[in-house]
Design a protein around this ligand. Structure first.
Ligand SMILES: Cc1cc2nc3c(=O)[nH]c(=O)nc-3n(C[C@H](O)[C@H](O)[C@H](O)COP(=O)(O)O)c2cc1C
Ligand SMILES: Nc1ncnc2c1ncn2[C@@H]1O[C@H](COP(=O)(O)OP(=O)(O)O)[C@@H](O)[C@H]1O
Length: 279
């Protein structure tokens, strides 16, 4: 069985690991990573439900090597077998870091006490980390993104929420009637709710100030679209993967009676975004 994937660092060098799902790599997760030593690594148990940093998108948020293990391949293990697997994978492992609610093994029946009993090295258990009485967890961050509260989500993530998409063909209307936009299809990432957002668009490592529309184009063809306009740029024929970093929501999606009114509103959106960028 291929147990893990990612990273070229020799696992023999690893002496400490932090274990968890780590979807989002949020500020509480980062507190766990701070307890790793310089030969530390992050062990991601991938449930298939991660959509803040889906698949293998976590490495860019840490300098520690990230190793991924598929939950379905290990969830049947008894506690002893799980520890045996860790010791086989990381023969020089001395320290494990987990959070207060960490569970593992068959039917999640082993908790942090079980881990301490079974692992003869050091086990550090981090107490629940909160932000103004709100515990920080991926599920709450997802909820903030779902309702468009990007500012709060970003605060808990410790960075701007980002999605990665593939450019696709639009209706061909934007440039003629409104402003030029790059249309995107996005898979696996959680999408903020419908509306207009202040964003940064990253194309080939270059970051552009932008406004991004997500939603059903109720004023034109009614279909769902993710479209980003690079402010003050005239770039054509952008193909391939691009990234959108969300900064704040400007307004809800709206149906306009005519194209002129939508165009006026889009100009206002751009001005609002410029106020943020010029700050
Ligand atoms: C900043 C911005 C705001 C937008 N707001 C709305 C909106 O409120 N309602 C709507 O129906 N479409 C909105 N759109 C989408 C336009 O309808 C869309 O850009 C237009 O249909 C052109 O699409 P195309 O790029 O596929 O040609 C917005 C687009 C941008 C860039
Ligand atoms: N708010 C928190 N405070 C302390 N530890 C946490 C917190 N959130 C997650 N952890 C720990 O981080 C690791 C990854 O947890 P995970 O379940 O993937 O995060 P989340 O709860 O955000 O979904 C686990 O060891 C977990 O116990």
């Amino acid at each position: 069985m291929k147990k893990s994937y990612s990273t070229l660092i020799n696992k023999k060098n690893i002496t400490s690991i932090a274990i968890g799902g780590f979807d989002g790599m949020h500020i509480a997760h980062q507190q766990l990573f701070k307890k790793l030593d310089q030969n530390g690594a992050i062990v991601v148990i991938e449930s298939g439900h991660s959509n803040l940093t889906p698949k293998s998108n976590r490495q860019e948020y840490t300098h520690f090597p990230v190793y991924y293990y598929v939950l379905d391949n290990i969830k049947h293990l008894e506690g002893e077998e799980f520890i045996k697997l860790l010791k086989e994978e990381f023969p020089n492992l001395k320290k494990i870091i987990v959070g207060f609610d960490f569970c593992f093994g068959k039917n999640r029946k082993y908790n942090t006490l079980g881990l301490k009993k079974l692992f003869e090295g050091e086990v550090i258990v981090v107490d629940e980390i909160c932000d103004n009485n709100l515990a920080i967890h991926s599920r709450y961050i997802r909820e903030f993104i779902r309702v468009g509260n990007i500012k709060k989500a970003n605060e808990l993530l410790g960075k701007n929420y980002k999605i990665i998409g593939q450019t696709t063909k639009g209706q061909g209307l934007g440039k003629k009637s409104f402003v030029p936009t790059i249309n995107l299809t996005v898979e696996n990432f959680l999408l903020p709710n419908e509306g207009v957002y202040i964003t940064k668009t990253i194309i080939k490592d270059k970051s552009y100030n932008s406004v991004t529309f997500l939603g059903h184009r109720v004023t034109t063809d009614g279909s769902y679209a993710i479209e980003t306009h690079l402010i003050g740029e005239d770039i054509i024929n952008i193909m391939g993967k691009i990234q959108i970093e969300f900064i704040d929501k400007i307004r809800e999606n709206q149906k306009f009676d005519n194209f002129e009114d939508l165009k006026k509103q889009i100009d206002k959106d751009i001005n609002n975004a410029l106020k943020y960028f010029d700050k």
